[in-house]
Design a binder for this molecule. Sequence first.
Ligand SMILES: *[C@@H]1O[C@H](CO)[C@@H](O)[C@H](O)[C@H]1NC(C)=O
Ligand SMILES: *[C@@H]1O[C@H](CO)[C@@H](O)[C@H](O)[C@H]1NC(C)=O
Ligand SMILES: *[C@@H]1O[C@H](CO)[C@@H](O)[C@H](O)[C@H]1NC(C)=O
Ligand SMILES: *[C@@H]1O[C@H](CO)[C@@H](O)[C@H](O)[C@H]1NC(C)=O
Ligand SMILES: *[C@@H]1O[C@H](CO)[C@@H](O)[C@H](O)[C@H]1NC(C)=O
Ligand SMILES: *[C@@H]1O[C@H](CO)[C@@H](O)[C@H](O)[C@H]1NC(C)=O
Ligand SMILES: *[C@@H]1O[C@H](CO)[C@@H](O)[C@H](O)[C@H]1NC(C)=O
Ligand SMILES: *[C@@H]1O[C@H](CO)[C@@H](O)[C@H](O)[C@H]1NC(C)=O
Length: 464
Amino acid sequence: MLLEKCLGSLLLLIVGIFTHALGTFVGINIGTDVSNLPPASDIVAILKAHQITHVRLYDTDSHMLKALSNSGIEVIVGVTNQQVLGIGESASAAAAWINKNVAAYLPSTNITSIAVGSEVLTSIPNAAPVLVSAMNYLHKALVAANLNFQVKVSTPQSMDIIPRPFPPSTATFNSSWNSTIYQLLQFLKNTNSYYMLNAYPYFGYTKGDGIFPIDYALFRPLPSVKQIVDPNTLFHYSSMFDAMVDAAYYSIEAFNFSGIPIVVTETGWPWLGGADEPDATVENAETYIDNLIQRVLNNSGPPSQPSIPINTYIYELFNEDKRPGPVSEKNWGVFFANETAVYPLSFSTSDQITENSSAVFCVVKSGADSDALRDGLNWACGPGQANCTAIQSGQPCYNPDTLENHASFAYNDYYQKKRIVGGTCDFSGTAMTTTKDPSEFSKPFFVLILCMYLGNLSRFISCK
Ligand SMILES: *[C@@H]1O[C@H](CO)[C@@H](O)[C@H](O)[C@H]1NC(C)=O
Ligand SMILES: *[C@@H]1O[C@H](CO)[C@@H](O)[C@H](O)[C@H]1NC(C)=O
Ligand SMILES: *[C@@H]1O[C@H](CO)[C@@H](O)[C@H](O)[C@H]1NC(C)=O
Ligand SMILES: *[C@@H]1O[C@H](CO)[C@@H](O)[C@H](O)[C@H]1NC(C)=O
Ligand SMILES: *[C@@H]1O[C@H](CO)[C@@H](O)[C@H](O)[C@H]1NC(C)=O
Ligand SMILES: *[C@@H]1O[C@H](CO)[C@@H](O)[C@H](O)[C@H]1NC(C)=O
Ligand SMILES: *[C@@H]1O[C@H](CO)[C@@H](O)[C@H](O)[C@H]1NC(C)=O
Ligand SMILES: *[C@@H]1O[C@H](CO)[C@@H](O)[C@H](O)[C@H]1NC(C)=O
C-alpha cells in the first residue's frame, strides 16, 4: 500500500524530469498569506524534493529570493498591485525597483520574469491607465542594466476580461479595455515576452450554471454525444482548460497580433469549501491537479496552437488561511503550512502518459554478456560521463550489488543526460530502451530506479 502511494509520486517525479529536458513545465505559485509560513529554506527544500523547477512569487521577499539562489529553480517575481501606480508614474521608481529586487539577486537567483501586478484590469482598474507604462519603465530599466534578455516583463490577467470565452473562436477582450489591451499586446510583441493568463475552470464551471459538465472542467473524458465542439472551427475541446487558453489566443488574434505565447500563471482547484461550495472537494482537487499535470506535460498546445505547449503554474503551494473571502479561498494549497501534503500529487492513473510520454529508460538487456557489460559500465562511468557515485560501495544505489544493476544505473544515467544531444542506448548491443512503468519491473530493479531518481527518498515521498 505504502509502495503504491509512493509510486504515484515517483511517476510524477520521473515525468517531471523528462519533461524538463523538453522545456515544458508545471510550476507553482507561492502565496504567503499563511499563519506559520515555513521558513524560506524549508520552502525551497519542499520545491526541490518535488522537483519543482519553476515558481512564481507575488512579491520580492528577500529571504525567499536568497533561499532560491543556486537552486536551479526559475523564478517569476511580482510587482504588487500597491506598487503598480508608483512605478507607472516614475521611470526612476522603476529603475530603483529593478536594482533592489532583480539586479541584486541575479545571476545566483534565476529570476526570469516580472509579473506586473495581479489581474490589474479587474482588481485595480484605476491603475489600468499606467499599467503598460509601468511595464515599459521596468523594461527600460532592465535594458539599462543589460538584463532584458534574461528577464521578461508581463502582467497576469484574469479570464474575466474575456466576457464570452465560448466558443473560443469568437472570444474577444472586453472592449472597455481596448486601448490598454492594444498597448499591452504591442509591448509583449516588441519585447518578445508572453501573455500571462490566470485560467480557472473551477470558476468557469461553478459560475456556468450547469452549462458545462464537471467532467469537462476536471479533464475527464466526455461521452461521444456530449463532445464540446467549436461550431466555427470544428475543434473538439476535451477540457475547459484548453478552451480557456484558446479563448485567450483568439482574443489576441482579434487584435491582429500573433506569435505571443500564453503561459498560464495560475490555475487550480480548491479542496475545501463552505456549505454553498459543494465542488470544492479533495477528490475534485486531486483529480484536477493530476489531470492538469498530465495534460500540460503531454507537450501539445490547445487546438488552435497545437505546437505551443501550455506552460503552467499551479495555484498554489500552501493553503493561505489568512485570505479573506469564502472558505474555498483559503484552501487552494497542495500543502499545509506544516509541510504535509493535502493530497498526494499522484500519477496513479497515468497509463496513457507513461505510455506516450518521453519516459524512456535505458537498461541492460537480459542475458547480456558479462564482459561486454563490464566494458559498457566502465565506458559509461568514464568517457560517457555518467555519474556513478551512487553505485559505489556504501552509497545508496550500491545494492542490489550486481553487474546488471550497476550497468543499468550507469547506462540510464548516461542516456538521460546525453539523449538530447544524440546519445544512444546501445552499449555494444547490451542495452535496450523501455517505457515500462517502473512498477512493472522486478522489485530489486524498481528499488534501483527509485534510487536513480530520488536523491533523498524520505523528503520526497509524502505517502499517507
Ligand atoms: C536560468 O533560466 C534560464 C531560462 O530557462 C536558463 O536558460 C539559464 O541557464 C538559467 N540560469 C541559471 C544560472 O541556471
Ligand atoms: C466590460 O468591462 C466593463 C468595465 O469593467 C464592465 O462594466 C462591463 O460589464 C464588462 N462587459 C462585459 C460584457 O463583461
Ligand atoms: C475594440 O476592439 C474590437 C476588436 O478589435 C472592436 O471590434 C471594437 O469596436 C473596439 N471597441 C472600441 C470601443 O474601440
Ligand atoms: C485586423 O486586420 C483585419 C484585416 O487586415 C482588419 O480588417 C481589422 O480591422 C484589423 N483589426 C484590428 C483590431 O486592427
Ligand atoms: C495532449 O492533450 C490534448 C488535450 O487533451 C489532446 O488533444 C492530445 O491528443 C494529447 N496529445 C498526446 C500526444 O497525447
Ligand atoms: C498538518 O496540518 C493539517 C491541517 O491542519 C493536519 O490535518 C495534519 O495532521 C498536520 N500534519 C502533521 C504531521 O502535523
Ligand atoms: C501513443 O503513441 C502511439 C504511437 O506513437 C499512437 O498511435 C497513439 O495514438 C498515442 N496515444 C495517445 C493517447 O496519444
Ligand atoms: C553525483 O551523484 C551524487 C549522488 O549520488 C551527487 O551527490 C553528486 O552531486 C553528483 N555529481 C554530479 C557532478 O552531478
